[in-house]
Ligand binder design. Structure first.
Ligand code: ASP
Ligand code: MG
Length: 411
């Protein structure tokens, strides 16, 4: 008997009809002899509604009380689901985070799971019950309710699958899976059949819309195969799995873009030990996450430093950098908020040379200037002018033949 964990997002349980349809889907697999554990989100829009309510009470809502409020949406969907199953004559039990014993740390509104007690769930599964667990919530050592951060139900599902050693963990959502790029930008975007955990993590800006990215890190650590698929069709979605040989033949798996960053450049910084630390320590102390950093060497013992920060932190970062620039005697500070980071991702890059140069060539052919470049083992990113984002994405998707399942070696 297989243990199957299935998670359904807010749009899949948005109203009573949809909850009944989800229950039907789960009961079908149960009748085929599988042990079913279901994780649900709150009805679509509910968690946002709670956030609005909270803000009407307190400008910055108290995190502990916020979690008491936010966790209530999932309590509604799991109880309704259990009733739907019982109405159909099968046995079902709903469990909240504290009833499972999903223990977390005390970081309210963004807690991390520390342990999961599987005893009660295993007992119910042996008794033939369908289990439905409230996503996104846990409990501290002191029995306070916590939530795992927005979109956290995916993490609940993966964590339960890992703890129960489930055979499958399926994440049901309102799209068919993970695409080679954003289908809204590039109509020839194709649904990916299989992708590695690492690629999925790199494709975060694509994937985050489909799958909460923290759950992928969790799945990787515990080797839980994830199947991301649509609630509204029976077609296979995307499998996020461990890497195998066949996956290396794909040069590039996806093209992604990010318009949420801004660039800051400090020119003619004295090239002495400790400068980078003086610049970046106050930025990180302010809680600003720096992404790309590039430093040049000049003959004159002066250097230029360019880096990117989230666009929402741009003003704060500029203020800090301008102050330090004065202190260390740098010549000037400039910045640009209208940038985009375009990335190509694929495990095949490890064994193929020339992928990055192909990318540069394609951007050049479209007359798009590259202002920064960074690479990892399985990714090449270029910073370009924001207004060319869509053009760049389409050109790269086309040049790497991503619309086709099997890409030719030569591009
Ligand atoms: N209901 C929560 C949210 O909207 C958790 C989830 O949907 O995963 O963020
Ligand atoms: Mg969600």
């Amino acid at each position: 008997m297989a243990i199957i964990v299935q998670k359904f997002g807010g749009t899949s349980v948005a109203n009573p009809e949809k909850i009944k349809a989800v229950a039907e889907r789960v009961m079908k697999l149960h009748r085929q002899g599988n042990k079913m554990v279901v994780v649900l989100s709150a009805m679509a829009g509910e968690t946002n509604r709670f956030v609005d309510l909270a803000k009407q009470m307190q400008k910055i809502p108290d995190p502990r009380e916020m979690d008491v409020l936010l966790s209530s949406g999932e309590q509604v969907t799991v109880s309704l689901f259990a009733m739907a199953v019982k109405a159909a004559g099968l046995d079902c039990v709903s469990l909240l985070g504290d009833q499972v014993k999903i223990k977390t740390d005390t970081m309210h509104t963004k807690a991390r799971i520390k342990s999961i007690d599987t005893d009660r769930m295993c007992r119910y599964l042996d008794e033939g019950k369908i289990i439905v667990v409230a996503g996104f919530q846990g409990i501290t050592e002191d029995n306070d309710i916590t939530t795992l951060g927005r979109g956290g139900s995916d993490t609940t599902a993966v964590a339960l699958a890992a703890a129960l050693k489930a055979d499958q963990c399926e994440i049901f959502t309102d799209v068919e899976g993970v695409y080679t790029t954003d289908p809204n930008v590039c109509p020839s975007a194709r649904k990916i059949d299989r992708i590695t955990y690492d690629e999925m993590l790199e494709l975060a800006s694509l994937g985050a819309k489909v799958l909460d990215i923290r759950s992928v890190g969790f799945a990787k650590r515990y080797k839980v195969p994830l199947h991301v698929r649509s609630t509204f069709t029976d077609t296979e979605g995307t499998w996020v799995v461990e890497e195998d040989k066949s996956m290396e033949s794909m040069l590039v798996s996806g093209v992604t873009y990010n318009k949420n960053e801004a660039r800051i450049t400090i020119s003619k910084v004295p090239d002495t030990p400790g400068t980078a630390s003086r610049i970046f320590t106050p930025i990180s102390d302010a809680g600003i996450i720096v992404d790309m950093i590039i430093q040049n060497t000049r003959a004159s013992h002066l250097t230029d430093m360019t880096f990117t920060v989230p666009r929402t932190d741009y003003d704060k970062a500029m203020e800090i950098v301008e102050k330090i620039a004065g202190e260390i005697g740098a010549e000037s500070v400039t910045g640009d908020q209208q940038i985009a980071k375009i990335s190509i991702v694929g495990v095949g890059m490890r064994n193929h040379s020339g992928i990055a140069t192909t990318m540069f060539h394609i951007l050049a052919r479209e007359n798009i200037n590259i202002s920064m470049i960074s690479t990892s083992e399985i990714k090449v990113s270029c910073v370009i002018d924001e207004k060319y984002t869509e053009l760049a994405v389409r050109a790269l998707h086309d040049a790497f033949n991503l619309e086709k399942e099997n890409q030719p070696e030569e591009v």
